[in-house]
Design a protein around this ligand. Structure first.
Ligand code: ADP
Ligand code: ZN
Length: 287
């Protein structure tokens, strides 16, 4: 019995096949090009296996309301080649199997909650600090959403007094994504984030913004744990700096859980979303 996972990201698509114990049987990465070029490769790969269901985690904004006319579509994305693309419709033409989709960060949140850093918790929020910033919340077995999925990466944060960078979010300039995404770090320094020494002030700013994000999240949703993922969190020492700032900024206001067990790095390496997608695939297969 095979399940399929598609993690559809802005730079790459990761497609995986899992067995009924969620072991990864085969995993490929395809660069994100135009919808037809990329999706035809996705379909050819998935056709190699007799898959019984499919879970998808996709970059947003996407339509998640099953009653909406555009259910299964990518909506008004800045990636013009994917704007208004009927993602689920395309796949349904090729596979007559149950499918479920959600945002890429929701899929990662689900994977980490079920199998990774959030395993002992009921309610978790997952953030990625990568090319963009995004967050997803899983409470019990449900994703938190309202008229649409959350866009946690675009929350506003207080600017560090010494940070003169104006921010790079196309819509808001200095929202969290505008100030703390990988490209925003790199725009300040003109070198790769991984190569910027940890003594550089930019990491102080980064930790300050991520800590504010974690505090806002704790105060609004009071999750049991917050998982901080994405390429930027691979910077050695950053998580410790975030924890320091988090403790300083909470300033004793709330009775908070032990920070070591509250702010965590992901445990599934680059497979958080893949594992979440397998879990969604298994859920729909049963129905
Ligand atoms: P994506 O968001 O496209 O899925 P990633 O989560 O890998 O991809 O994030 C990419 C960003 O993370 C880039 O801006 C890159 O500079 C940054 N990054 C990757 N590795 C590191 C590292 N070791 N230290 C700091 N930043 C890193
Ligand atoms: Zn923004």
């Amino acid at each position: 019995m095979y399940f399929a996972a598609i993690e559809a990201g802005g730079t790459k698509f990761v497609c995986s096949i899992g067995d009924d114990e969620f072991n990864i049987i085969e995993r490929i990465s395809i660069p994100t090009e135009g919808s037809e070029e990329t999706m035809s490769q996705v379909v050819s790969f998935l056709k190699k296996y007799p898959i019984i269901s499919l879970g998808i985690g996709c970059f947003g904004p996407i339509e998640l309301d099953e009653n909406a006319e555009k259910y299964g579509y990518i909506l008004n994305t800045p990636k013009v080649k994917w704007r208004n693309f009927n993602f689920m419709g395309y796949l349904k033409k090729h596979f007559d199997i149950p499918m479920r989709w959600t945002t890429d960060v929701n899929a990662s949140a689900k994977g980490e909650k079920l199998f990774g850093a959030g395993k002992e918790h009921k309610n978790i929020v997952y953030y990625t600090f990568g090319t963009g910033v995004g967050g997803g919340a899983v409470y019990g077995n449900e994703f938190i959403q309202g008229f649409t999925h959350p866009e946690m990466g675009h929350m506003y944060v207080k600017k560090h007094t010494e940070d003169s960078f104006e921010g790079i979010c196309a819509s808001h300039k200095d929202c969290l994504e505008g100030l703390a995404s990988g490209p925003s770090i790199e725009a300040r320094k003109n070198i790769k984030a991984a190569d910027i020494p940890f003594e550089d002030k930019v990491w102080e700013f980064e930790a300050y913004y991520i800590a504010q994000c974690a505090i806002n999240t704790m105060q609004i949703l009071a999750p049991d744990c917050i998982v901080l993922g994405g390429g930027v969190m691979k910077k050695p020492g950053l998580i410790e700096k975030v924890k320091e700032q988090f403790l300083r900024l909470t300033n004793g206001y709330m009775e908070i859980p032990d920070v070591e067990n509250y702010l965590k790095l992901p445990k599934l390496n680059d497979n958080s979303a893949v594992m979440g997608c397998f879990a969604m695939a298994k859920e729909v297969a049963k129905n």
